[in-house]
Design a protein around this ligand. Sequence first.
Ligand code: F1P
Length: 536
Amino acid sequence: MAGLDWTYGVSTLRQWEDPQESCVVMSGCGTSGRLAFLISSGFNKALSQLNQSKVYSYIIAGGDRALLSSQEAPEDDPRLGVLSLKKVCEGKKRVLFIGISCGLSAPFVAGQLDFCLQHPEVYMPVLVGFNPAHQARDEPIQDCTFTFHSVVQRMQELAKSQKAFLINPAVGPEAISGSSRMKGGSATKILLEVAFSAAHAATFSNTPITYNGVLEHMKAYERTLDVTYSQTDGITTLVEAAGQSLRCSRHVYYLGWGSLALLGLIDASECTPTFGADYEDVRGFISGGYRELNNNDGPLTSLGPKFSIAHEDFLHLILPCLTDKDTVLLIYTHPDDATEVGNMARRVREKTPNLHAVYHQADGDTAASLQQDDIKKLCLSTLKITWPREALASGTLQHMQRELSTKLVLNAVSTGAHVLKGKIYQNHMIDLQVTNTKLYRRATRLLQKLSACPEENCEEALLKAIYRVDMLTVEMTSSDITTHTCFARNSTKVVPLALVILLTSWSLMEAESHLKQQPIVREAVAQWMWELRPLS
Ligand code: F1P
């Protein structure tokens, strides 16, 4: 793994043992921040079980509301990153800071790493991402003297004397271009869990940190992939059900238990920025609500309906209007949550037969299987992920494997469903939200690729679609990208609309009305590409 001395890196984690004086902070934007939350929660729980104080903290750009909703704009703000880091680390003398940015691109994280580099007496910076260092983003950051790329270069230099760490293995391209929530997110989870597990084993059970030990742990995750992806039929059934629901403008609901439910919440929250989905399209609910989530800011229900996440909320707000066109997916571990799952399944079944289950169970647990039969009878499909005894390691690792497996299944379900809904064109998400600088640039590049028009024309079309005008005013064209992306928060179908404008001579209104007639964006795009192809 490029640039990583595992033994040193992991034993470095051990030094942060006194929670009064020291802490481990993980920080990121979007999916990376959500995984920081998931991982810090998991390892703090493991510490509590050992009667140890918690040492892990998380930071997510945009604060706790970003755990459950799309908050892409704060990603652009390095000062915000520094402020939130200072707040979490107040009074600490030693901080292991882990900045996560899959694309090595988020200014929020770059600001934090720059701050750590300026204060080496307190902070040890680690960067986790999945691009080669030379591909780190080199775009100037407003009011800053550094870019992400220049921060990476400084870290590379310091990494030689192990005063900083850069963990950036290549994991290959994502199946859907730009969707780092999938491979990038899973790799983040694996990497950090392997590192912290080794540090915990070394600290609390004197297990030496060895190359082979780390490798064995990695292999447990490899088996997780095998166990999960051997279930293609079950996953396909779920993708089809969810796709059907989205195609007829209905909904997909994940009802989960424990941290598996958190993966449902995370997966659902990502659909908004990734596919331009409405928050109601795919929604997650967790048994126990905010009590179970245990996030820094506590209940967020007052922020609006999308922050109602408890099963009770589902029962009060969603169940009464549920139809058989909606897909409901139960996510749990058997037999831990069986009684509650059975009760919920019965309630849902009264409203719709379109009920499915994904559950994890240890091989040979026959008593558990009997109990499961009742739930099975209520479900249209059940995806049972059986963990061979030999594939299961002890407590925490088992749990982390099940989490990863759940993540893989749900990523497949939500991505597949949006593919069926027509949100993907030639492996590109064409209906992405344009709500921060990175996404604005991504949208412009995508338009260039699909239309073959020059960059300036693409940007012009993008602005017309954002501001919904045929003629851009000077005020619009002279505004900065932040202004554009703020405005774009309230605009829908921006990129598809810009593409129609580029490919046709239609006015904005004409383009909008054509798009309304053919809401399946992929089919509309394919049709325009065909009709407007140059004659040879
Ligand atoms: C962070 C992120 C992604 C999200 C979208 C916007 O990316 O929030 O999680 O899906 O692409 O950016 P990164 O900093 O981890 O590369």
